[in-house]
Design a protein around this ligand. Structure first.
Ligand code: SF4
Ligand code: SF4
Length: 474
């Protein structure tokens, strides 16, 4: 089926031309109310992103995703592999939260919070405006032959981009290996830790490639969240939208002419100045309607508002609105789908809060040594051998740890100099122990025992183990 003429723009993406080559975007430098607010939000988030791996709460790094050692801290809360279920629930909550926001408020996350947009628009693009100038100057510089000015500007820009990419790669590494470890590596010098330096340089190259060249293609082609928009948005979702009713009027948009009565002529409020297109970092024309390329960055709102002010028309020709709001001039309402998502979100947050409250500070696992049966000592003592692992999830050492059998006489002997030991903060202790019971106390060949774990004579955890004894043939 042939695409209608007014929908042809949907057949290709704004950054690829008819020959399939990259259409390089030179967006005009944005300015206006939303841009100023976005700058404040972005600088706050950048400060947070750079500080989070170096800030500690109760001795725990605020945010850490140490995949190699399988240790994760979220808001200073340590998660161990044993807490994987909590981690998964947190991730599900994050996904539901973002989904809820997308259904209700479109790609507000992309425009205001996404690190790709923040780094691209608020860091790299601003460096580019500072060195190369605004849209027209950038276009001229690109066409210019490689003279002294162009070489100087290009080298300066690429060098600064590289330094910033290296900084981002370091912060990224601090999230992965821990802020303290990174600072120690820096103190030791880069060549002491070649195994870390090489991935760091690879990350730097990736960030440089993304922000110097790949740019908006991340949002348009690579980002899975961007691709979800088609299924999450409906005509009730709030997005950055062009009010086509007002903009097109009865007789369509028309260039501005002084002293012309546009209302009498039936022209819409859009004066076809193309400023909203020139400012768009993804190279689209928002007047064509919601498109997959739009990251809701609000630059076109600001630009159009400036034009409206200049020609004495009300602002908001491009604004946050749903298709339904524009068609019917109705206010925003919660839909049944959004109410459903809110209910799921509340339930999941309740489950997570409950699990975090019930989570033990110490995780104990005592398992019988595989392939080992019982051992008989003398006439009346039966012994089983076990391995144990105690994980200390707190930020303080757990001292004088010992094991006791609950509701039974018997003895637990750890294979170490002392039967009491320390489990260091954020670490684990493991070893071997023997449990010895009187044969007369056993009820059969398979028994269940409750083992209490004490620290300084205070019960901190209880676990259950199996105990093998001789078969009772009577
Ligand atoms: S900036 Fe506003 S007036 Fe100018 S083309 Fe875009 S929508 Fe029309
Ligand atoms: S259409 Fe407007 S909101 Fe969407 S990406 Fe372009 S400038 Fe940003």
């Amino acid at each position: 089926m042939e695409t209608p003429a007014n929908e042809v723009f949907r057949d290709s993406i704004g950054t690829i031309n008819e020959e399939g080559k990259r259409n390089w975007i030179y967006p005009k430098k944005p300015s206006g109310w939303y841009y100023d607010k976005r700058k404040i939000v972005s600088y706050f988030l950048l400060a947070f992103l750079f500080a989070a791996p170096f800030v500690k709460i109760n001795g725990n790094q605020f945010l850490m995703f140490n995949v190699l050692d399988r240790r994760f801290n979220i808001f200073g809360f340590p998660f161990w592999p044993q807490d994987f279920h909590l981690f998964v629930i947190s991730m599900i909550i994050g996904v539901v939260f973002i989904t809820l926001f997308t259904v209700g408020f479109g790609r507000i996350f992309c425009g205001w919070i996404c690190p790709q947009t923040i780094f691209m628009e608020m860091v790299f693009r601003r460096i580019e405006y500072w060195i190369d100038g605004d849209r027209n100057k950038q276009m001229r510089l690109d066409r210019q032959k490689w003279d002294a000015e162009k070489i100087r500007k290009r080298l300066l820009k690429w060098f600064i981009f590289l330094v910033v990419s290296f900084l981002i790669a370091n912060v990224f590494l601090a999230y992965l290996i821990g802020g303290d470890k990174l600072l120690n590596y820096i103190k030791d010098g880069p060549f002491e830790h070649l195994g870390t330096l090489i991935p760091l340089l690879i990350f730097t190259a990736v960030f440089y490639f993304v922000f110097a060249w790949f740019r908006e293609q991340v949002c348009i082609i690579a980002c899975p969240y961007g691709r979800l928009q088609g299924v999450l948005l409906d005509n009730k979702s709030i997005v950055v939208a062009y009010d086509h009713k007002r903009g097109e009027g009865k007789n369509g948009r028309k260039k501005f002419r002084k002293n012309e009565d546009r209302v009498a002529l039936g022209h819409g409020d859009c004066i076809d100045c193309f400023q909203c297109v020139h400012v768009c970092p993804t190279g689209i024309d928002i007047r064509n309607g919601t498109q997959l390329e739009c990251v809701n960055c609000t630059a076109c709102i600001d630009e159009c508002d400036t034009i409206m002010e200049k020609i004495n028309l009300p602002k908001g020709l491009i604004r946050y609105a749903s298709e339904e709001n524009i068609e019917n001039k109705t206010p925003f309402k919660l839909t049944a789908r959004m109410k459903g998502y809110i209910a799921v979100l509340v339930i999941l947050i309740g489950v997570l809060a409950g699990m975090l409250t019930l989570r033990n500070d110490i995780e104990a696992r005592i398992l019988r040594l595989p392939g080992q049966s019982y051992e008989q000592k003398g006439e009346n003592i039966i012994s089983n051998v076990y391995t144990y692992k105690l994980v200390n999830k707190t930020s303080h050492d757990i001292e004088n740890v010992s094991f006791k059998i609950r509701d039974m006489d018997g003895e637990i002997k750890t294979v170490s100099a002392s039967n009491e030991f320390i489990v260091k903060a954020q670490e684990f202790a493991e070893g071997t122990l023997f449990i010895e019971l009187k044969k007369s106390d056993l009820s059969g060949d398979k028994n269940k025992l409750r083992i209490d774990i004490y620290s300084n004579n205070e019960l901190i955890e209880t676990t259950t183990v199996g105990f093998l004894g001789p078969r009772n043939y009577n």
